[in-house]
Design a protein around this ligand. Sequence first.
Ligand SMILES: Nc1ncnc2c1ncn2[C@@H]1O[C@H](COP(=O)(O)OP(=O)(O)OP(=O)(O)O)[C@@H](O)[C@H]1O
Length: 228
Amino acid sequence: MSGIELTDVSVRPAGNDDLVILKPTTLSLTEHRIALIGPNGSGKSTLARLLNGLVEASTGRVEVEGLDVAKHGAEVRRRVGFVFTDPAAQLVMPTAAEDVALSLRKQVRNKKDRLAAALEVLEAHGLGGLGDRSVHTLSGGQKQLLAMAGVLATRPSILVADEPTTLLDLRNSRRIAELLFGIDQQLVLVTHDLDLAAQCDRALVIDQARVVFDGAAPDAVAHYRAMV
Ligand SMILES: Nc1ncnc2c1ncn2[C@@H]1O[C@H](COP(=O)(O)OP(=O)(O)OP(=O)(O)O)[C@@H](O)[C@H]1O
């Protein structure tokens, strides 16, 4: 079973019953590329984070490829790669090659083979020659490419990217966008870049903790522009 199903999912922060971060939402997400757009604080990240269990549903059910996220969290996280706005959130090893190697630890057991595979991944993403570089010395664009390379190396079937281009200049934004739109995996993209959102197969506008528009991406972008 492919795709993502949300059934009556709502999110309230623990210990605060008065606050609703996501109102009851039912969605079937099967398109190749889906954008989540909307104002700051509307609930986009919350919705994105539900998809790999980073945020737990307070009510309802989230299913990824037929697996209930609440019951099969580890398996869902293997299938759903997550890219954060700030790559520093996921680059944890001292060097670029070691960081990708860490991502590959389950696929390639032998340490030497793993490092060789990591170098190949770097090469494939235009980061060849940077394997020994301390991740702190990489540019913002290189860090985001590295973070994405590490996630994609684990061969997830779905990629969720939460504002992956927000911190980047035009050239690096384009580079990341090309990578995102070149992958075979299902993509759920949270973005404030409306040109990028408009290229998706479907877009959801989130406002005040609920989906206020769901449809063709250009129509969703037009709806959002008319809101502000
Ligand atoms: N654990 C939490 N406890 C309390 N409030 C929270 C919690 N997590 C999120 N919120 C609030 O819920 C709202 C939605 O947050 P969320 O990060 O999903 O918004 P967003 O649409 O991704 O915003 P942005 O575009 O600014 O990243 C915000 O008002 C946020 O402050």
